[in-house]
Design a protein around this ligand. Structure first.
Ligand SMILES: *[C@@H]1O[C@H](CO)[C@@H](O)[C@H](O)[C@H]1NC(C)=O
Ligand SMILES: *[C@@H]1O[C@H](CO)[C@@H](O)[C@H](O)[C@H]1NC(C)=O
Ligand SMILES: *[C@@H]1O[C@H](CO)[C@@H](O)[C@H](O)[C@H]1NC(C)=O
Ligand SMILES: *[C@@H]1O[C@H](CO)[C@@H](O)[C@H](O)[C@H]1NC(C)=O
Ligand SMILES: *[C@@H]1O[C@H](CO)[C@@H](O)[C@H](O)[C@H]1NC(C)=O
Ligand SMILES: *[C@@H]1O[C@H](CO)[C@@H](O)[C@H](O)[C@H]1NC(C)=O
Length: 446
């Protein structure tokens, strides 16, 4: 399992370590880490004057563009293929408590934009395909947000493939300005508002009047994507999303979370407690009151996680008994206020019924997101009229399906964005298919 987890997270999260260099420590001495000139790279989000909402931003409507940073990344050091240029948008959104917040997304423009997969998009009547790509970052550390880390490359090569299809690729920092890892309500809102903001920026900055948008996310990126399509009808009825690919979805975080203690991915539990309570002040206060103030397994050490990337916290807390940090042990995490919070944020299928085509894919033997929870969500949403193609893959586990689902995701996304018909969801209703699919090693993804 170590090896597969490593291949899942290593590349991406090393981006941060490589990017911020040797000056980035668990102690997170910001003055030391930013004393260095960032050179051709953007400063860390917590140090970047651009990465802040402007005066009076709360009055703007959700999805309103607040700032645009053209040419965000230095093209000389660009580490992602098929990129012509990038820009970033900062926009108004709504947090888990329905209060004003804001978000940032990074948009990659393809070397060769295309309409419907073929026509050259320089024509003014082009409908530009846009992929909103929710990349999982699994940390409550803002400085590990994709808008920063992608300067050093992408973890899975998926952005480059989407760009080769001629799409724009927008990568939202869906955890928001508090890095609320695991808080799916704010993640869904930010994802939807990023789509509104990028479409508006496409028109105002690039003269692109017509866009067609699809969403994609795996693992925690799937949670953000699924929350977005469930909220879409109610929160963003103005949006017409063409489809969403959702893979390796953790459908019941309240149940799955505590099971992570003493496992190799115990760090995710620490990150989830810190991340979700960033949206819930009362629950944060409760957690602080229940963590050991001193001695081994104390509160200070617990919160070191908020200075670690997802990968660093996986290493640091690997196989650690997370309940040992709490005065009352596991029982402290069974507090009703905390349980209600995790249920509210972590139960998929409860925010609403997706009003778009959805491709859901999951390994039957998913070891991090039990498939029976996803089976239940699919059944419930389908009973309520959703339009879902659901692939249950009998090959591999959670980290395998990340790779094995990649080509099928592009086939589906190509259909909803360009009408390619290589793989389509049913025209209405749901279809569940048991597949046994392994991506042949070395076969390129297109
Ligand atoms: C981009 O990076 C190169 C190489 O580090 C540097 O020479 C150049 O000045 C940078 N460009 C901008 C616009 O910062
Ligand atoms: C699209 O237009 C650009 C320049 O306007 C041109 O270089 C390119 O070859 C065209 N591509 C296609 C597929 O027509
Ligand atoms: C785009 O507009 C031009 C001129 O109005 C028209 O000739 C062409 O058919 C249009 N193309 C598409 C794909 O709608
Ligand atoms: C793209 O395809 C859609 C149908 O899928 C069609 O309505 C639209 O006109 C096409 N646009 C261009 C620019 O070819
Ligand atoms: C908390 O734990 C850390 C790591 O073991 C240790 O360095 C620190 O001294 C502890 N703090 C207190 C107040 O006991
Ligand atoms: C898929 O496989 C499961 C067993 O894993 C079985 O219960 C189910 O009926 C199958 N569904 C379809 C549509 O074949």
């Amino acid at each position: 399992m170590l090896v597969s987890i490593a291949s899942f997270l290593l590349v991406w999260l090393n981006c941060l370590a490589a990017g911020a260099g040797a000056t980035w420590h668990f102690t997170h001495d910001k003055h030391a880490s930013q004393a260095d000139d960032p050179g051709p790279y953007l400063p860390l989000p917590s140090w970047d004057p651009w990465y802040k909402a402007p005066e009076g931003w709360e009055a703007a409507k959700p999805g309103a563009v607040l700032k645009i940073r053209q040419h965000a990344y230095n093209m000389t050091t660009m580490a992602i293929a098929n990129v012509r240029d990038t820009f970033q948008v900062l926009f108004r959104s709504t947090d888990s408590q329905d209060k004003a917040t804001w978000g940032v997304t990074t948009v990659f423009l393809p070397t060769q934009a295309r309409c419907n997969g073929s026509t050259n998009s320089s024509s003014s009547n082009c409908t530009q395909g846009i992929l909103s790509y929710q990349l999982p970052y699994d940390t409550s550390c803002l400085d590990a947000s994709p808008s920063y880390g992608l300067q050093w490359g992408e973890p899975y090569g998926e952005i480059a493939v989407a760009l080769a299809r001629g799409w724009w690729v927008s990568v939202p920092d869906f955890e928001g300005p508090l890095a609320s890892y695991g808080a799916n309500i704010v993640a869904g809102h930010i994802t939807l508002d990023s789509v509104r903001a990028v479409s508006a920026a496409a028109a105002s900055e690039f003269g692109v009047k017509s866009t067609r948008v699809a969403l994609w996310g795996y693992s925690n990126g799937a949670s953000a994507t699924e929350a977005a399509v469930e909220f879409a009808a109610k929160y963003a009825p103005d949006l017409d999303i063409a489809g969403a690919a959702v893979g390796g979805l953790a459908s019941n975080v309240g149940r799955a979370g505590p099971l992570l203690s003493q496992t190799q991915v115990a760090g995710l539990l620490v990150q989830g407690i810190i991340g979700v309570t960033s949206q819930y002040p009362d629950q944060r206060k409760y957690i602080l009151s229940r963590l050991n103030p001193s001695g081994p397994y104390n509160a200070t050490e617990f919160f070191w996680a908020s200075y670690m990337s997802g990968w660093q916290s996986l290493l640091y807390f690997s196989y650690v008994d997370i309940f040992a940090y709490f005065i009352g042990g596991k029982a402290d995490l069974e507090d009703p206020g905390l349980t209600d919070m995790f249920v509210k944020e972590g139960m998929m299928g409860k925010f609403g019924v997706p009003n778009t085509k959805v491709f859901l894919y999951q390994a039957v033997d998913d070891d991090m997101a039990p498939i029976k929870d996803t089976d239940a969500v699919v059944e419930s949403l389908c009973d309520q009229g959703a339009n879902i193609l659901y692939h249950r893959n009998h090959w591999g586990g959670h980290n395998d399906e990340l790779t094995n689902g990649r080509q099928r995701s592009f086939d589906f996304l190509g259909d909803v964005l360009d009408g390619t018909k290589v793989m389509s969801a049913p025209s209405t209703g749901c279809q569940t298919v048991n597949v046994t699919f392994m991506q042949p090693p070395g076969k390129p993804i297109v």
